[in-house]
Write a protein that binds this ligand. Structure first.
Ligand SMILES: NC(=O)C1=CN([C@@H]2O[C@H](COP(=O)(O)OP(=O)(O)OC[C@H]3O[C@@H](n4cnc5c(N)ncnc54)[C@H](OP(=O)(O)O)[C@@H]3O)[C@@H](O)[C@H]2O)C=CC1
Ligand SMILES: O=C(O)C(=O)[C@@H](O)[C@H](O)C(=O)CO
Length: 275
């Protein structure tokens, strides 16, 4: 694998640009899946309490033999745990499940605006960072109003906003706001949950580069300055998805993929209503 790239976060830390997503990875399978990814060169695992596999992910990191500080592990606060005290307790439970002293990145998984508890939840994440239980803090599925509100009320800008983002749902306006605010954009369902892999435009670009459609899409995220976390439990695909640091897309390729954007291209839940 060619050398992986990393981005600088607004808190002075660095984050690998590519990682493995572990939604829908069984806890019992997680040690082997995480082990395969770390052996292939991944250095970031994107987890969440809601995935119910923090124990298995932690075991996979330990069994890899890599020093803990060489693997960047993210978790996310579950929707049921919004609130200041609830978030502090939930983070402690996640750390215990992983078997870690600290997380590299902790995100509020969904804003749940209808519950209106995300500001006090964000204050708890600020405290967790001050106490060293998490090294960087961020959010997921936050829209412009949610972002502006937590910054207005706490003065603390999230390091990351992890949102649905793939060639059919490119989130250009939100990405522009992130750039203004200094927030890194992390793409979830970066392969459109596999539904983009038979797109003819992607296929033609992939063929020109001698790469697969998955590698072409992952490279599109990287060439756009995004963080990207494709999921696979299949060892050959895990290896395939990290072999993306030996080529780059041309301006014409980027223009062709830009044209795939579709305002109706969302696959996952609407963050204004979910949770
Ligand atoms: N913050 C949030 O709210 C959310 C976060 N996420 C995060 O984003 C991660 C990725 O998103 P996810 O929804 O899993 O979808 P992805 O876009 O990563 O697609 C995963 C699917 O694509 C298949 N796949 C992966 N690589 C290849 C390949 N090279 N060739 C063919 N098929 C392939 C996988 O199959 P297989 O596994 O069988 O190999 C799986 O079915 C999640 O795992 C999670 O960490 C996801 C959703 C919401
Ligand atoms: O994977 C995640 O991080 C999610 O939040 C999703 O599972 C989300 O809950 C969903 O897609 C439900 O249909």
């Amino acid at each position: 694998m060619a050398h992986q790239t990393a981005l600088d976060l607004n808190d002075g830390r660095s984050i690998p640009q590519l990682g493995l997503g572990v939604w829908q990875v069984d806890d019992g399978e997680a040690p082997a899946v995480v082990g395969a990814a770390l052996a292939a060169g991944y250095r970031l695992i994107d987890g969440a309490a809601a995935y119910r596999n923090e124990r298995g992910v932690g075991a996979g990191v330990r069994q890899s033999g890599l020093p803990r500080d060489e693997v960047f592990v993210t978790s996310k606060l579950a929707n049921s745990e919004h609130g200041y005290d609830e978030a502090l307790r939930a983070c402690a439970a996640s750390l215990a499940a992983f078997g870690f002293d600290a997380l590299d990145l902790y995100l509020i998984h969904w804003p749940q605006p209808g519950r209106n508890r995300y500001v006090e939840t964000w204050k708890a994440l600020v405290r967790l960072r001050e106490e060293g239980r998490v090294r960087s803090i961020g959010v997921s599925n936050f829209g412009p109003d949610h972002l502006k509100r937590i910054v207005d009320e706490t003065g603390v800008v999230p390091a990351v906003n992890q949102v649905e983002l793939h060639p059919r749902f490119q989130q250009r306006r939100l990405r522009d706001l992130h750039a203004e605010m200094g927030i890194a954009t992390q793409s979830w369902s970066p392969l459109g949950q596999g539904r983009l892999l038979d797109d003819p435009t992607i296929g033609a670009i992939a063929a020109r580069h001698g790469k697969t459609p998955a590698q072409t899409i992952i490279r599109w995220h990287i060439d756009n300055g995004l963080l990207v976390i494709p999921k696979s439990v299949t060892p050959a695909r895990i290896r395939e998805n990290v072999e993306v640091f030996d080529f780059a897309l041309s301006e014409a390729d980027l223009d062709a993929i830009a044209a795939l954007d579709d305002s109706a291209g969302r696959i996952g839940p609407d963050p204004d209503r979910f949770g």
